[in-house]
Design a protein around this ligand. Structure first.
Ligand SMILES: C[S@@+](CC[C@H](N)C(=O)[O-])C[C@H]1O[C@@H](n2cnc3c(N)ncnc32)[C@H](O)[C@@H]1O
Ligand SMILES: O=C(O)C(=O)C[C@]1(C(=O)O)C=C[C@@H](O)C=C1
Length: 247
């Protein structure tokens, strides 16, 4: 489908504005996220592998902040468990519209996929059904920090025994030198993927008010406080990591 390159920040912007997941971003999102998040393709594909281990019969698999549904598609490539349904949720109309198109395309290419539904909704207002797999793939960092504990508590309440939350995030580091080094390496990753200094700087100032990363220690403690019993990192590339949290 769309293979448009991300040039959203390539020209000097007269008025810097906060980053939003609008139509312009949705159009270039596959290219943007692959060139911005180290390890993204590996994380997404393996979330399908993980989901196949944790999926329980007759439960929901949630993809929260699904964007174009990359994780939902990975779930459907890997999970064969009886009676499971995927619910992909995003509050960006532009993302939801394209996500539905991508899933229609997947439906027409493969048979016997799990049923999947895309909902335009705020994940903070979602009435959760019993769930065995919940994905927050680079979504929690965009939720206002004071609302994060309530969301994690609702997810914990919905998870059935044997299930898991899979949480991927950009990390902040409590040690200043470690933070600076991994940040520099992330900038080098973007440069190596063809982003100019201007693109990197303008994206950074657009996103700094809307995306608030936490440290691994903060994630772990908040998940335990929300009632999760174990928290295990399963992937890290530079300052991007993914965790499994067990109910
Ligand atoms: C970085 S993207 C997620 C990428 C996606 N999970 C993937 O793997 O390709 C963050 C997404 O979260 C969505 N989002 C942010 N806050 C939300 C909220 N309160 N409710 C629903 N979606 C939200 C945004 O619209 C955006 O599409
Ligand atoms: O940290 C950055 O500079 C990023 O671009 C990261 C990030 C993310 O982690 O979601 C931010 C927004 C885009 O959607 C893609 C990647």
């Amino acid at each position: 489908m769309s293979h448009e390159p991300d040039r959203l920040f390539a020209q000097p912007l007269a008025q810097p504005q906060d980053f939003v997941f609008n139509e312009a971003v949705a159009r270039v999102f596959p290219d943007m996220i692959k060139r911005s998040v180290p390890g993204y393709p590996t994380i997404v594909e393996n979330m399908g592998v993980l989901a196949a281990q944790f999926a329980q019969p007759n439960t929901r698999l949630y993809d929260l902040g699904c964007s174009l549904g990359a994780v939902t598609q990975a779930f459907r490539r890997h999970v064969k468990t009886d009676g499971c349904r995927v619910l992909a949720v995003d509050n960006s109309a532009a993302m939801v519209e394209r996500c539905r198109e991508y899933l229609h395309a997947q439906n027409s290419m493969f048979q016997e996929l799990l049923p999947a539904e895309v909902l335009e909704a705020d994940v903070l207002a979602l009435p959760f059904q019993p769930a065995s797999v919940v994905a927050l793939n680079f979504t929690l960092q965009f939720i206002p920090p004071e609302q994060r504990p309530t969301l994690l508590h609702s997810i914990r309440q919905a998870l059935v025994p044997g299930g898991a939350l899979i949480l991927s995030e950009k990390l902040r580091f409590e040690d200043a030198d470690e933070h600076a080094l991994l940040n520099d390496l992330h900038i080098a990753f973007k440069r190596a993927n063809g982003y100019s200094e201007l693109e990197i700087a303008q994206k950074r100032s657009a996103i700094e008010n809307v995306m608030k990363p936490d440290s691994l220690e903060t994630h772990r403690q908040r998940l335990l406080d929300a009632g999760f019993s174990r928290v295990m990192p399963w992937f890290q590339c530079l300052n991007f990591a993914s965790l499994i949290a067990l109910p």
